[in-house]
Design a protein around this ligand. Structure first.
Ligand SMILES: [Mg+2]
Length: 225
């Protein structure tokens, strides 16, 4: 009987929020960089706490960011150094007995190489994608693929449900730190939810989560149960 385990990426498999990480790098050194970074972080927290619609959060963050392809590629490489300690070993162990996928409201353009380092094949990575205004290295991110369900609220539930069907899985577990992860479970797409607080402990999620892992060791024990 196939079991599907779906991991969130930002602040779960990675020890940072990938978009904020990329933007903060791009903003550092700009005269108004610190101010823009603070606004960005506030928007992310509102989204994570469930008080701001996901797509609105994405649009607002990209508008503040002013990312170029060059900045995205530099951040993509730097994110490979931001894996949550212990996750690589846990994932390798889980893959012996379950189907493992990564589902993110972040951008594949940023996280795919880091996830490849964690053993994910490209078909097991589900995330948003940027649209650029032209082809060169200085091309700006002008938007994102709005047809991707992950670019809107409730999108993780849509994707997790489809993955469970495709895998013919009898049981799907969602693991993540954010409200969007909990919502995939609350919507019935996943049969179980484990809140992960090893990177960021979000009280509204912790309070709702039927199971809570404070670190990777606790997560491993819960996934064995
Ligand atoms: Mg997250």
């Amino acid at each position: 009987m196939t079991r599907l385990i779906v991991f969130d990426v930002d602040s779960t498999l990675l020890a940072v929020e990938s978009l904020d990480f990329a933007v903060e790098r791009a903003l550092s050194g700009l005269p108004d960089g610190a101010q823009r970074a603070a606004r960005l972080s506030a928007i992310t927290d509102q989204g994570m706490a469930g008080t701001l619609d996901f797509r609105a959060s994405l649009e607002q963050r990209l508008a503040i960011a002013g990312l170029t392809r060059e900045a995205v590629e530099a951040a993509q490489e730097a994110l490979r150094q931001q894996l949550t300690p212990g996750m690589a070993g846990l994932l390798a162990d889980l893959r012996k007995r379950a189907r493992v996928a990564a589902v993110s409201g972040g951008f594949a353009d940023l996280i795919a190489p880091a996830l490849a380092d964690l053993g994910f094949a490209s078909g097991d990575i589900h995330a948003n994608s940027f649209i650029y205004d032209d082809a060169g290295p200085q091309a700006g991110v002008s938007g994102f693929d709005r047809d991707n369900p992950l670019s809107r609220s409730g999108g993780k539930a849509v994707v997790v449900r489809a993955l469970k069907n495709q895998a013919g899985a009898a049981h799907a577990v969602m693991v993540g730190d954010g409200m969007t992860d909990y919502e995939a479970f609350a919507a019935g797409a996943a049969d179980a939810f484990i809140g992960f607080g090893g990177v960021a402990e979000r009280a509204p999620v912790r309070d709702k989560a039927p199971a809570w892992a404070r670190d990777v060791d606790a997560l491993a024990r819960l996934l064995e149960a």
